[in-house]
Design a protein around this ligand. Structure first.
Ligand SMILES: Cc1cc2nc3c(=O)[nH]c(=O)nc-3n(C[C@H](O)[C@H](O)[C@H](O)COP(=O)(O)OP(=O)(O)OC[C@H]3O[C@@H](n4cnc5c(N)ncnc54)[C@H](O)[C@@H]3O)c2cc1C
Length: 439
């Protein structure tokens, strides 16, 4: 039985905050979400442009994102209707192609590696051996190292790295291989490639990211007696004897418990004045960030790519998405450029023009786009370095919890990591012997 005095304030209506709110509301706990922006979703949000629904960046979910997919269904989504589901496939246009056959995991991957186009027989065998070695190690390293070091130790040569491991690592961790944590990459490979075949499916949403979960989650929270307040940023967290006050742009509110699900930079600012949280603040402040750029280009409706999603080899555009094939937005192409790189030195026009040239050279798209839109998320994710100490969801204050993709967990900065952190906060808060305070 939940303590009737429990009232929870959640700071931030991104995937982490809304996951915590849904879980608490489902248990009958009164919850209020404070979101500073006019809309929910945070770093995974819908953006309107020229009458079209875009996202702040093209996202991809994996079949192994079980908590996110479960929550989407819990709040009224339908996974098969909301997503285009593709079985594991990697295609670097004209250079490399791998497609998993309909066989149980991990056999599907081993066969895919042994049949991959664009690798020599020697490279295919090296890649398959590497996967078997990781499985033999239970995907655990005695000590975390960089992905580049792990690949070198397992004889993955430069060509194999460029065609397979580097694109995979950047897509999964948004961190270059020379800086990326091998252990976190192995956590993702373990969950995506080693359990069931459906875990490695790639799910491309047909809805924008605000509609997909946070908006439905807000309706769910409200149906269960909670509140979701937009344009209502929290300016200070003030712990007191009778609860925790949240000072917002629209007045003060007192709660028995607070889940801070703001992005790391904001969380550090809000937590800074609370002396007992100094260690958590220090951990947050040491996080570095990595960008993601998305270039949307609207071509005439007849323009199509050969696949809904495909990569380019040694180009500025890393992944291309044909939004016509995915979401009936015909002629709309999204080019995604993840992690740090030379693209950061280009102006938005220069970047878009590079992408346009690449599309012309690779696919013979002679038409120009009628418009383009570059969305640069400069702090898209934390830089997922080896041995990173991420702050725990349970803080040194017994009634204040931290949620967010940057908090402790197996995953890199992903929707699943964010959702899992929110669920963990809800679980900690509702532990039977958990501490309670009158509001
Ligand atoms: C371009 C891009 C592409 C990505 N691609 C993928 C992908 O393909 N797959 C994947 O799994 N992940 C991807 N990610 C990562 C994923 O989007 C994030 O990990 C996830 O959305 C983080 O959610 P969060 O709730 O932890 O934080 P956020 O989304 O940052 O949510 C925090 C919320 O707090 C709000 N807020 C801020 N300050 C305050 C305040 N003072 N008071 C109240 N509210 C406040 C913010 O407005 C925001 O809504 C991508 C990220 C980006 C940016």
């Amino acid at each position: 039985m939940n303590n009737p005095d429990t009232r929870v304030g959640v700071i931030g209506g991104g995937y982490a905050g809304m996951a915590a709110a849904v879980e608490l509301a489902a248990q009958g706990i009164p919850v209020t979400v404070f979101e500073s922006a006019k809309q929910l979703g945070g770093r995974a949000r819908g953006v309107e442009y020229n009458g079209l629904k875009l996202d702040n960046g093209q996202h991809l979910l994996l079949g192994c994102y079980r908590d996110t997919l479960r929550l989407i269904e819990q709040v009224g989504g339908d996974i098969e209707r909301d997503f285009l589901r593709l079985p594991l496939q990697l295609d670097l246009h004209g250079h490399f192609s791998l497609q998993a056959p309909r066989l149980p995991a991990p056999l599907h991957l081993l066969i895919a590696l042994l049949r991959a186009d664009g690798l020599t027989w020697g490279e295919r065998i090296k890649a398959a051996r590497f996967m078997l070695a990781l499985r033999g190690m239970n995907f655990r390293l005695p000590q975390d190292i960089t992905v580049a070091e792990l690949l070198a130790r397992h004889g993955q040569d430069a060509d194999l790295t460029l065609k397979l491991w580097e694109p995979l690592c950047i897509a999964a961790l948004n961190t270059p291989i020379r800086k990326a944590s091998a252990q976190v990459l192995l956590n993702v490979l373990r969950d995506a490639l080693n359990r069931t075949r459906a875990d490695s499916d790639m799910l491309l949403p047909r809805l924008d990211f605000t509609e997909l979960f946070p908006q439905r989650a807000a309706a769910y929270v409200e149906r269960h007696g909670g509140k979701v307040l937009l344009s209502c940023g929290v300016e200070a967290i003030v712990p007191g004897n009778d609860g925790i006050d949240l000072i917002t742009t629209q007045g003060a509110h007192t709660f028995s418990h607070v889940v801070c699900a703001a992005p790391p930079v904001v969380a550090a600012k809000l937590l800074h004045p609370i002396a007992e949280l100094a260690d958590a603040v220090r951990q947050i402040e040491t996080l570095e960030h990595q960008p993601i750029y998305t270039v949307y280009l609207q071509y005439p409706a007849h323009v199509r790519l050969p696949h809904p999603m495909l990569g380019l080899h040694r180009r500025i555009s890393q992944w291309l998405f044909d939004k016509g094939r995915i979401a009936e937005q015909h002629g709309l192409i999204a080019s995604v450029i993840s992690a740090e790189g030379i693209h950061q030195d280009l102006s938005q026009d220069e970047l878009a023009n590079k992408v346009i040239s690449e599309l012309r050279e690779e696919f013979g798209i002679a038409d120009g786009p009628t418009w383009f839109k570059v969305i640069a998320e400069k702090r898209a994710t934390f830089c997922c370095a080896p041995g990173l100490q991420r702050p725990a969801q349970q803080t040194a204050h017994p009634r204040l919890y931290l949620a967010g993709d940057y908090t402790a967990g197996d995953y890199p900065a992903t929707l699943e990591g964010a959702v899992q952190s929110g669920l963990r906060c809800a679980a900690l808060l509702t532990l039977p012997a958990g501490p309670r305070m009158k509001s």
